[in-house]
Design a protein around this ligand. Structure first.
Ligand code: PGA
Length: 249
């Protein structure tokens, strides 16, 4: 089902104290009616924050998961571990993972399938670099990222995917895609989903925008017909700011 989603991606930030304080504020504010709020938190805090969140209507997600089911992968976290904690969502394919950890489309597809098999819903990220945007090939580039990954899933699996479009040039730079640029990409993604899985499934797919979303710009971005919410980095580390974003639909 298509949902309005406010997702905060804390990345590698927050001490336990700050994580508690921030999550308390957001849980206390509560997700507005009809909005799904998800906090993508460092994995060391997942258990604690799941406990806290059980008293409210905020979901806790992992920021990553390994692409093999189990075994000798020191330091890694498996889908089985996440699902044994009760985690329902995981971010897959963030551009920082693609770039700094060399995660390819093949690896991302493996992660996606494993997560789905454990009942964990992927927030699947895609997005182009500034160079690709400037060359004018951004639509094709992003669609190819999806064609090589989630668009190869079965329709039953695909129904459980949330897509996050995050232009790399807008992440953490303060430079947001304009609402029109976001809409253009989201419409083209939805159109491609319709070609593969049919219009009904496409209409039911949630597509989030990410890249310098803040309290001050969320409303106009979320107002676009194909934008179903945001994946928010920097601004999600400030309780008031993130609560404003949650209330921007
Ligand atoms: P940003 O990050 O909001 O700080 O630009 C977004 C993201 O990387 O998910």
């Amino acid at each position: 089902m298509r949902k309005k989603i406010a997702a905060g991606n804390w990345k590698m930030n927050c001490t336990l104290e700050k994580a508690s304080e921030l999550s308390n504020k957001i849980i206390e504010a509560g997700s507005p009616d009809g909005v799904l709020t998800i906090l993508c938190v460092p994995s060391v805090y997942i258990s604690t924050l799941l406990d806290k969140a059980s008293h409210g209507n905020i979901q806790i997600a992992a920021q990553n998961v390994h692409h093999k089911p189990s075994g000798a992968y020191t330091g890694e976290i498996s889908v089985e571990m996440l699902s044994s904690l009760g985690v329902k969502y995981v971010v897959i394919g963030h551009s920082e993972r693609r770039e700094y950890f060399h995660e390819t489309n093949d690896i991302l597809l493996e992660k996606t399938k494993l997560a789905l098999s454990a009942g964990i819903l992927p927030l699947f990220c895609c997005g182009e670099s500034l160079e690709i945007r400037k060359s004018g090939a951004h639509l094709d580039f992003v669609l190819d990222q999806l064609r090589e990954t989630i668009l190869t899933l079965s329709v039953e699996d695909f129904k459980n995917i949330v897509i996050a479009y995050e232009p790399i040039w807008a992440i953490g730079t303060g430079e947001t895609a304009s609402p029109e640029q976001a809409q253009e990409m989201h419409a083209s993604i939805r159109n491609e989903v319709a070609k593969v899985f049919g219009q009904e499934i496409a209409n039911d797919t949630s597509i989030l925008y990410g890249g310098s979303v803040k309290g001050a710009n969320a409303k106009e971005i979320f107002a676009k017909p194909d934008v179903d919410g945001g994946l928010v980095g920097g601004a999600s580390l400030n309780g008031e700011e993130f609560i404003t974003i949650m209330n921007s639909f």
